[in-house]
Unconditional design. Structure first.
Length: 71
């Protein structure tokens, strides 16, 4: 997408796993040109890949336990 100001934006269709978002991965990024936009997208995907499935499972288990405790 291009903003009214001419900046390029990209947004990932599917959310990142909870652990990746907790680590700072953002679905939407912006940049001045296509090269920078590609680098921004790559940085977010790389950050998300650094989170392990074990971290995701722990987050899901904690969330489930919190939900059960408040029910």
């Amino acid at each position: 997408m291009r903003s009214d100001e001419g900046r390029l934006w990209a947004s990932r269709e599917r959310p990142f796993p909870v652990a990746a978002e907790a680590a700072g991965a953002c679905r939407t990024v912006d940049a001045d040109d296509l090269r920078e936009l590609g680098l921004a997208i790559s940085a977010q995907e790389s950050l998300a890949e650094q989170t392990t499935p074990e971290q995701e499972n722990v987050t899901e288990q904690v969330s489930a336990a919190d939900s059960a405790a408040t029910a």
